[in-house]
Structures are given as structure tokens and as C-alpha cells.
Design a protein. Structure first.
Length: 153
């Protein structure tokens, strides 16, 4: 079992003992998502820490999007619940990169790929270089926006 999954199980037990309903339900939800990822496909497999981080990132993104949808729908109590769940999941994710750090990574990728001045057709080439470096550490939309900005699209 991955160390991160063990940590999630331990934290679930702690939150159950503390009667923290929100944390307990959030951790149960993410552990279920991890189990679903393990049994999806043709063969059951044990997820690595990196795979668990991918699942955590996807679940956190779902919570952020749901919170935005609830806020747009004038349902502040549900939006707050989703925001609180996203905050709990963020505790297990690596620190997010700032705009300046993303800009540095993207400019290095543009320079190394020789994509400067090629416009939109170089977007895939640059994103292919940048994506593995920022996986789980930055929002894909923010990275894509920075790539477009630097390519002059």
C-alpha cells in the first residue's frame, strides 16, 4: 500500500474518533475514488503515491468546480461545503506553483523546444514538455494560458 494511502486511512481513523463529520466523509469519498481507480481496467492493481496524487487532484478539481457551480446557482451553503472539502483534499496535495514559477517553467520549455514565434501550432510541443513538470502542482488551465501568452497566441 502506498504511503499516502496509509496516511489517508490513518487520518480517517483519527477523524472518526474526533467525530469530525466533514473530514470523515471527505476522506471516505477520496478513499472510495482511490479504490475505484485500483479496480478499474482489466486487472486490479495497487496505486503508487503518484497515482494516488492524481486521484486526489481530480477529486479536488471536482470540488472546486462544484463549489463554483453552486455559487453561480445562488446556493452558498452547498458551495461552502464543497470549498471545505477541497481544502481538506489540498492538505494532501503538493504545494501549488505560483504564476511566476509557471512562467519560468514555460519559458524554459519554449526555449528548449525552439517553439518561439511558431504560434498555436507549437502549443502541443510546449505543453508536452511542461505537463510532466507541473503535474499535480499547477492547474492545467493556468499552464495553458501561460503557454499561449508566451507563444503570442
Amino acid at each position: 500500500m502506498s504511503a499516502l494511502k496509509d496516511q489517508l486511512h490513518d487520518d480517517l481513523t483519527t477523524s472518526m474518533k474526533a467525530r469530525d463529520a466533514l473530514r470523515t466523509s471527505t476522506l471516505r469519498m477520496v478513499l472510495t475514488a482511490i479504490t475505484n481507480a485500483e479496480v478499474s481496467g482489466k486487472q486490479v492493481r495497487e496505486l503508487t503515491d503518484e497515482d494516488v496524487l492524481t486521484v486526489l487532484g481530480a477529486e479536488a478539481k471536482k470540488r472546486r468546480e462544484a463549489a463554483q457551480a453552486f455559487a453561480d446557482g445562488n446556493r452558498p451553503e452547498l458551495a461552502q461545503k464543497e470549498t471545505d472539502e477541497a481544502a481538506i483534499l489540498a492538505e494532501y496535495l503538493p504545494a501549488q506553483l505560483g504564476a511566476e514559477e509557471i512562467a519560468v517553467i514555460v519559458s524554459a520549455a519554449v526555449e528548449s523546444s525552439g517553439a518561439a514565434g511558431e504560434g498555436m501550432k507549437a502549443m502541443g510541443k510546449v505543453m508536452g514538455i511542461v505537463s510532466p513538470q507541473v503535474k499535480g502542482k499547477a492547474d492545467g488551465g493556468a499552464v495553458a494560458a501561460e503557454v499561449k501568452r508566451q507563444l503570442g497566441v
